[in-house]
Design a protein around this ligand. Sequence first.
Ligand code: NAD
Length: 265
Amino acid sequence: MSQELAGKVAIVTGGASGIGEATVELFVKEGAKVVFADINEERGKAMEAELGASARFKRTDVSNADEVQALVDYAIEEFGGLHIMFNNAGISGAQHDRFLEDDFSDFDKVVGINLFGVIKGSQAAGRHMSRHGGGVILNNASIAGLLPGHALMTYRSTKAAVVMFTKSIAIDLAEYGIRVNCLAPGHIRSPLTSFAIPGLSDAQIDKVKAAVSPAMDSNQPLKRHGKPSDVAQAALFLASDRAAQVTGIVMPVDGGLTAGDPVNH
Ligand code: NAD
């Protein structure tokens, strides 16, 4: 079995579900020591027990800068360094499908997690990596940050910002041997897209399903939904030395969705 990440220490935020969970499992399998962070303490602790000595869970709210710094410090203390930082945690927030009537009450929360969390995670990890021979920062954006579309406008805005933030710091941090890239997953089956969005009423959830499901079930040239493991494999490539010359890119993992419209070509 290959051990692409042998000797590496990685942090994965949002690691107790979906894409993060699949990445934690894959990175451990590939030889890394992994600290994974989440606000879901119950699931995090259960995963920690299943994964054994190579994985540690640390409860962290990525929108809190002090907690993010404590997370980075913890990884260094537990496993002796930090080579890979995967800023993956993200939430979709409200639909915002009627802009003029919207009060954007969840704006600060979505921006705090999806953008500020990525910025603080990159900064805390980057400060350590810059003093210790470099490393890899990987951010999770979305095709929602690349393609225009109806609704989810706060989410889209944060993901577009993550793309540009990634490119900016890739230039900044190159001199320290730190590579910075981002992923843009397409439609991935995970709790995030199961519409089990906390705080939404059943009626609101039905509305979300009606708006989003048809588009998710078609329009992908590869004609299947992505799986969390599809994104984890892309994360592995970008985190590994195979991608040694790759920095500042956005890698879609979207079944060809951003390549063009397969119906009206
Ligand atoms: P998910 O809901 O399955 O997992 C997200 C995890 O983040 C959860 O465990 C949740 O508890 C955690 N989390 C939420 N708020 C947090 C906070 N403040 N601090 C720390 N952890 C927090 O979602 P997923 O589908 O695995 O999504 C992971 C990332 O991929 C997100 O950034 C998402 O925007 C992005 N993405 C997902 C899809 C998709 O179709 N699933 C598509 C594009 C991009």
